[in-house]
Write a protein that binds this ligand. Structure first.
Ligand code: SAH
Length: 377
């Protein structure tokens, strides 16, 4: 849909929406009504909002809108994984993936068009960076996923039980908008997800981790991928700015701000001969020993010209066993949705690279579901 001069209410937090209504001379409680209509009933227009007076509806139609990004396609794989290609203002596309598993549905949401961090094994990084998504474009992905199952009644809402900010982009580089969208994910009058089921994943933007802990209570995943600075500098270049020690300290500080027993999820995409050797496992075990965490091992999913390969199953098993023996809770990830290109390494947004890093449209990636049974720490 084309951008208009009307104010888009979709991405506004309860506080922002209340001040919007005050600004237009209306009572702030209207915010709660409109929030519920947008996020719990999936309203497309103000005309549907029957508990709002006709005059106010006319006024809202003139000044405001409920605009979500446009669905270009929806694919459903045999295992039930769904993938949406979503066009955002400006014409680029991002992708959203829903992975159903038992009575859980995990939605993988994008935060940026492309990414500026350029991790060596990630195809999003190779696509370059275009722009940050707006809060409406981020929360719109949740609304689109739920609505694809029909009316947004309570039964359908349960199709999304968990959200992970693991789609395209580095969420902490789009801080304010991601915080607004995640606020709506957890807001009772919107999606009402528990803070344990809403996870932000970061490559390790240390100051923003601290800031996040001050403003929002969500679960945190950290994309570590290497147990020492030399290797991590190569795989995750932001490490040169915020090395592993600083990142681990930030993780401890973050956990200190949560007043419960949540742990950090450490993500480790495993590449053959790069970070899958026994010495890496030993270094990693030592590094993680003092951090309350669970380790998620993700076998690398290749994409054209990546230069990396996925380790043999035996190498992954061996690595996992070393971690188990060291008392680190470790899970693996099963590949889902491969035939619709929704598995790890396969998500393909369409990014017009503003950094001119590359003009190629290389498929991007992600896979999200921990599957193996965790062992006790
Ligand atoms: N920028 C954030 C959010 C993106 S999620 C972050 O880095 O955490 C990125 C996740 O996708 C990484 O943790 C990694 O697990 C996964 N990933 C990226 N490229 C991959 C690939 N080629 N194969 C497997 N997993 C990959």
């Amino acid at each position: 849909m084309k951008a208009t001069s009307r104010t888009n209410l979709l991405g506004m937090t309860p506080v922002q929406l209340a001040s919007y209504f005050e600004e237009i001379g209306e009572k702030p409680f209207r915010a709660t009504q409109v929030l519920k209509w947008m996020h719990q009933h999936g309203a497309e227009s103000f005309d549907e909002m029957t508990n709002i007076s006709k005059t106010l509806r006319v006024k809202l139609n003139e000044q405001a809108e409920i605009r979500e990004p446009e669905v270009v396609s929806q694919d459903i794989s045999k295992d039930g994984t769904r993938k949406w290609v979503i066009r955002v203002d400006g014409g680029s596309c991002v992708e959203t993936v829903l992975i159903p598993e038992g009575n859980r549905g995990t939605l993988c949401v994008s935060s940026q068009v492309g990414c500026s961090l350029n991790c060596s094994f990630c195809s999003t990084g190779k696509q370059g960076f275009n722009r940050n998504l707006s809060a409406a474009e981020i929360i719109g992905q949740v609304r689109i996923a739920i609505k694809s199952f029909g009316a947004m009644d309570p039964a359908n809402k349960r199709v999304v039980t968990n959200v992970v900010m693991m789609g395209m982009g580095e969420p902490l580089m789009n801080f304010e908008r991601v915080v607004s969208a995640m606020t709506l994910m957890m807001e009772d009058n919107a999606y009402g997800l528990s803070k344990r089921r809403v996870t932000l994943s970061t490559a390790g933007v240390v100051p923003a981790i601290d800031k996040l802990g001050d403003v929002l209570d969500v679960s945190l995943a950290v994309s570590l991928h290497a147990p020492n600075d030399k290797l991590r500098d190569e795989l995750v270049p932001v490490n040169k700015k915020y090395p592993i020690k600083e990142l681990m300290d930030a993780c401890h500080r973050y956990l200190g701000k949560l007043n419960d027993k949540r742990v950090i999820t450490i993500e480790y995409t495993m590449m053959e001969g790069v970070n899958d050797l026994p010495e890496h496992a030993h270094q990693l075990a030592k590094l993680l020993k003092t951090l309350p965490c669970k380790l998620n091992i993700i076998p690398f999913n290749p994409f054209p010209n990546s230069g990396y390969t996925r380790p043999k199953a035996a190498a992954i098993e061996h690595f996992k066993n070393t971690m188990h023996k060291a008392g680190i809770r470790t899970t693996g990830r099963r590949t889902r949705g491969e035939e619709i290109d929704a598995a790890c390494g396969q998500l393909g947004g369409i990014v017009e690279d503003r950094t001119k890093r590359t003009s190629k449209l290389i498929p991007l990636v992600q896979e999200i579901i921990p599957t193996t049974t965790p062992t006790a720490r």
